[in-house]
Design a protein around this ligand. Structure first.
Ligand code: GLC
Length: 421
């Protein structure tokens, strides 16, 4: 049994970018750091990026052990026909073997008591790079059932994992279908409720998006990575439709193509061409990736979430609510667990242009309704997303009693002995 004061916790993240899973990891590291200042906490990243300085600020040691390109780009979305799949799998697998040696050396220097891994690729690699056989915890942020290749790999590696933390009950249900034997625990994400608050600086969104200032415009924005399922096309089409009734609406697409998996994302050119073909030139601005989203959210009159597939959790939804903004969201998946439709968010059906357009018109026309939704959203975010709640639940999941007395090392569950050849 390890002395809880001397715990060395190793975190692994496939990406160093700032998508939802990584933003959630920052808040988790921050919360655990605040609750356990005596721990040694290391983060190893599969790619460098803005995540790294953000966590170094509060005393997390970081190191990049970069994925080789073939591994970084591999994924379910990049795969074409059967032969192509087989070829890419072999290339990615041989890249993974070399990579594991380097990751194992880096992890070996840390001698962790526990490993907490984020991102499917890291989760599958982690058991191969765990020299001290520390308990391995997977933190699942997405529906693995949607991904054929990853489902297979996760199922094969689940026996080397002690516990899966999942970000919603909906993701838990999906994950249990793929890895039925592994204990799971739903832990909702937290956010920094002071940073994401109605009060604070407001970005000049028009300048960021290179569009002329517009007095009296109602600004509605989709803030998301450029992943194809985030619903950019639905948003643009709904905006074009809603502007027929409410021409004061102006749209913003905030974010960029930040991930490396081949074929999984829109390009800016594609989105701009779609906006032009819908007659939205001059009525929609593209603000690119924003490292500090709170001032950008505060510049909006409403935040739009338009994922066309079930959203596992939806960090952006709670960020918008915490900023006191009305949120219009696509009602499916774990995101449904966050809101009460009509009370603290407006909802539309995933992919349904008409119902999203109706909601856009409603927020454009109803100033008092916007204020009421914003206030109720803030209240909900405060109730759901407190960092102290997250820290307590994560430490409990690690097997640490709330009094901080003991870390139960579940050697039998986690030992990757079968991999140790
Ligand atoms: C992933 C999910 C998103 C969730 C985030 C944090 O990015 O797709 O829904 O908000 O992880 O858990």
């Amino acid at each position: 049994m390890a002395d809880p004061r001397e715990i060395r916790a190793l975190y692994l993240s496939a990406s160093g970018q700032l998508g939802g899973a990584e933003t959630s990891l920052i808040e988790l590291l921050h919360a655990v750091r605040a609750a356990r200042p005596e721990w040694t906490m290391d983060l190893i990243l599969g790619a460098d990026g803005p995540l790294r300085p953000r966590v170094e600020r509060f005393g997390i040691r970081t190191r990049v052990v970069a994925f080789p390109d073939q591994l970084a780009q591999a994924g379910d979305s990049g795969f074409g026909g059967l032969l192509d799949t087989a070829r890419r799998t072999v290339v990615a697998a041989s890249a993974a073997i070399g990579y594991c040696g380097r990751l194992r050396d880096a992890a070996g220097e840390i001698r962790p008591h526990l490993i907490h891994a984020t991102g499917f690729k890291m989760q599958v690699l982690a058991p191969w790079c765990n020299p001290g056989r520390a308990p391995l915890i997977w933190h699942i942020h997405d529906y693995v059932g949607r991904r054929r290749l990853m489902s297979r790999l996760m199922r094969q590696h689940a026996r080397f994992c002690a516990l899966a933390i999942v970000n919603s009950r909906s993701v838990e249900e999906d994950f249990r279908r793929i890895c039925p034997g592994l204990p799971t625990r739903t832990i909702y994400n937290a956010i920094d409720l002071e940073r994401f608050s109605p009060l604070g600086t407001v970005a000049n969104l028009d300048a960021l998006a290179s569009v002329p200032p517009a007095d009296g415009a109602i600004r509605v924005g989709l803030l998301a990575t450029y992943a194809r399922w985030k619903g950019h096309l639905v948003f643009l089409r709904a905006l074009a439709l809603a502007r027929r009734t409410a021409p004061e609406l102006r749209g913003y697409i905030i974010g960029g193509p930040i991930y490396q998996t081949a074929g999984s994302q829109f390009s800016l050119a594609e989105l701009m061409a779609e906006a032009d073909s819908l007659g939205l030139a001059g009525h929609v601005g593209f603000a690119g990736f924003q490292a500090d989203p709170a001032p950008v959210i505060r510049a909006l009159d409403a935040l739009v979430h338009a994922s066309t597939e079930p959203e596992p959790f939806g960090m952006v939804i709670v960020e918008g609510m915490a900023c006191g903004k009305p949120v219009i969201m696509s009602l499916a998946g774990g995101a449904q667990e966050i809101v009460q439709p009509g009370v603290n968010a407006l909802v539309h059906h995933p992919g349904d242009v008409g119902s999203l357009a109706d909601a856009l018109v409603r927020v454009a026309r109803d100033r008092a309704g916007r204020a009421a939704l914003g206030a109720a959203g803030r209240e909900r975010a405060e109730a759901l997303c407190r960092p102290e709640r997250l820290a307590g639940e994560v430490l409990a999941a690690y097997g640490l009693s709330s009094a901080g007395r003991a870390l139960r090392v579940r050697e039998n569950v986690c030992s990757p002995a079968g991999l140790d050849t």
